[in-house]
Design a protein around this ligand. Structure first.
Ligand code: FAD
Length: 554
């Protein structure tokens, strides 16, 4: 223990690098646990404890006051928590053997050394800035200074904007530029927005953006940024008074690497499950560190606020001698745009397929609350589970209402180890303005149980064409009007209410049954099964199939 004194007592000095999500959670929890510790927070930018997640909404004018983003100041943190918070102080080196950091006081232009007993690194993640010609002109969004620059650019009423990258931050920034009346295009190199989602789910959000005026170019890269335009990989040019780079983030490991700390296989600081780095007395948390995936135990990068805050609190407990273990991550996340939410937890179908993992996928499209009560919206939910063990592997949702609640329930089930079929038994709150007596979560459980027990085999939207090519016939049990408005090529239409009397018209051979969202298809499949014709139901029905085909550009 250091022998420096604070208020005349022997104290331990804990130095924290980075004063936002992870760093400030650690600092305040440490103070609550260790009243006599000296806690110094060093932050390179001019602000601490600011609301990163609110930054796009200030640019868009949804959050009107800049001060609303600034949750604390060095003065308020000193008053409440007796923290020594030094903004515009950058840690430039760590001498692990001597247990001291070198600090540059940016305002004063001076450098000093600060010894520590324990060092916590929470330097976050940096925006990726690929070497595209002209990238210097592109704005990024990481901190208050970046946000001030983007806010100022928006005040100049740019005639056009291009957002490079269609992930969380790209979508949020595009929505907010649109709120400012700036014609905005998202250019995304992948064939879909929001990489963690499966294509048929991401497509629904893409259409919402387009319907609200955001142009979306998928499968296209920005190859050069000019003075007032960008050049695309397809040779086209787009006007771009304002360019925003939202290509993703990577762990900020400059300091850690220079100090000889081990960097993990994914490029983040390696920590054990007590958040210790490979060097004694140095701990690390947040976006800069690698986490452990809850499903397969692999190292992953999950740059999300919940985990950063949780790790910040935990590292304080561990330094204070309290027991704890970093939890494994499901990467539960949500993004909103123009009133629509898209959320996910656990693995996507893409990822499961790439890993060769056995899974079943269920799609449902129920109302967010009881259909008879006004204001309900369709909520599209997808559940992925292991048909052999019933283990939930992941879930996604998209819609105008009720998505957050359902994904959070499934995230809770994942953490608790509740099986897919057991979702049927969750006792969830209900009155007609909030849910249904059979909540969409219960419905997922019903379907999972039907699938697992072999009562109701399913077919996926992306398997239909292949099965048709192998000789299967699609039986569409929707109404004539629905069929006329758009149908799967080659489908035969026998409306569900006529099926029992027209059984002799059902084509022979392998069948695929479908309706609009899957419910009538299930009823039809059971009628046919009672007559000896076992056939899979298209999960999510025509609605999911159409979204999937559109997402594929088919
Ligand atoms: P940060 O909060 O980024 O803090 C790191 C700090 O360390 C920075 O302020 C940096 O200046 C400082 N620093 C770095 N190196 C040094 C050094 N050498 N010396 C001194 N200081 C240093 N997550 C969600 O879950 N939901 C959201 O809706 C969401 N929206 C977001 C929107 C935006 C625009 C951004 C940028 C992020 C968003 N995130 C969101 C991610 C979330 O903000 C991060 O996961 C979280 O802030 C990470 O916490 P952290 O402590 O690891 O890093």
């Amino acid at each position: 223990m250091r022998v420096d004194t604070l208020w005349g007592m022997s104290t331990k000095r804990i130095v924290i690098v980075g004063g936002v999500a992870g760093g400030m959670s650690a600092a305040t929890r440490l103070r609550r646990l260790m009243e006599d510790a000296e806690i110094v927070v060093l932050e390179r930018s001019g602000y601490v404890s600011f609301a990163n997640c609110g930054l796009p909404y200030y640019v868009g004018g949804v959050i009107e006051k800049r001060r609303a983003l600034l949750l604390q100041t060095p003065a308020s943190l000193a008053a409440r928590f007796a923290l020594d918070v030094r903004v515009r102080h950058e840690v430039t080196a760590i001498d692990a053997a001597a247990q001291l950091v070198t600090v540059r006081d940016i305002a004063a232009g001076t450098t000093y050394e600060l010894p520590y007993d324990e060092l916590v690194l929470s330097p976050g993640a940096r925006p990726v800035r690929p070497p595209i010609p002209g990238i210097e002109r592109a704005l990024s969004m990481r901190d208050i200074e970046d946000t001030d620059a983007m806010y100022a650019a928006v005040q100049g009423s740019p005639a056009s904007a291009v957002v490079v990258g269609g992930g969380f931050i790209g979508v949020e920034v595009a929505e907010n530029l649109c709120h400012r009346g700036i014609p905005t295009t998202i250019v995304e190199a992948m064939p879909q927005l929001m990489g963690p989602l499966d294509p048929e789910i991401a497509w629904v959000l893409t259409e919402r953006l387009r319907a609200n005026g955001v142009q979306v170019r998928l499968g296209t890269q920005v190859t050069a940024i000019g003075a007032d335009d960008v050049t695309l990989s397809d040779g086209n040019r787009l006007p771009a008074d304002l360019v925003v780079a939202a290509i993703g983030v990577k762990p900020d490991t400059t300091l850690a690497q220079a100090a000889g700390l081990t960097i993990g296989p994914r490029g983040g600081i390696a920590v054990d499950d007590e958040l210790r780095t490979t060097t004694a007395h140095i701990w690390a948390v947040g976006d800069a560190v690698e986490k452990t995936d809850a499903l397969d135990g692999a190292n992953v990068l999950v740059p999300l606020a919940n985990t950063a805050n949780r790790q910040g609190r935990l590292v304080a407990d561990l330094i204070a001698g309290r027991p704890g273990r970093a939890r494994r991550v499901h990467a539960t996340a949500i993004v909103g745009a123009f009133g629509m939410a898209a959320a996910s937890t656990g693995w996507s179908e893409k990822r499961l397929r790439a890993a060769g993992r056995a899974y079943e996928a269920i799609h449902i499209h129920p109302r967010s609350h009881a259909g008879y009560y006004p204001g309900g919206e369709t909520v599209t939910l997808k559940l992925l589970f292991d048909p052999a063990t019933d283990e939930i592997l992941g879930a996604q949702g998209v819609g105008l209402d009720g998505v957050d609640k359902r994904i959070d329930v499934i995230a809770t089930a994942l953490t608790a180890g509740i099986g897919a079929s057991a979702l049927a038994d969750l006792e969830l709150s209900y009155s007609p303005q909030y849910g249904s007596a059979k909540d969409p979560i219960n419905m997922l459980g019903f379907v999972a149980e039907n699938v697992r027990t072999g009562l109701a085999p399913l077919v996926q939207w992306h398997e239909v064409a292949e099965r048709q090519a192998a000789g299967a016939t699609v039986l569409d049990v929707r109404t004539r009007a629905e069929y006329a408005a758009g149908a799967i090529p080659g489908a035969v239409n026998i409306p569900i209410d006529e099926l029992r009397s027209r059984l002799d018209e059902v084509p022979g051979g392998e069948l695929i049954i479908h309706c609009q969202v899957g419910v009538r298809g299930h009823v039809a499949a059971q009628i046919l099964a009672a007559h000896g014709r076992v056939a899979p139901n298209l999960t999510g029905g025509y609605r999911t199939w159409a979204a999937g085909m559109a997402a594929q550009g088919t």
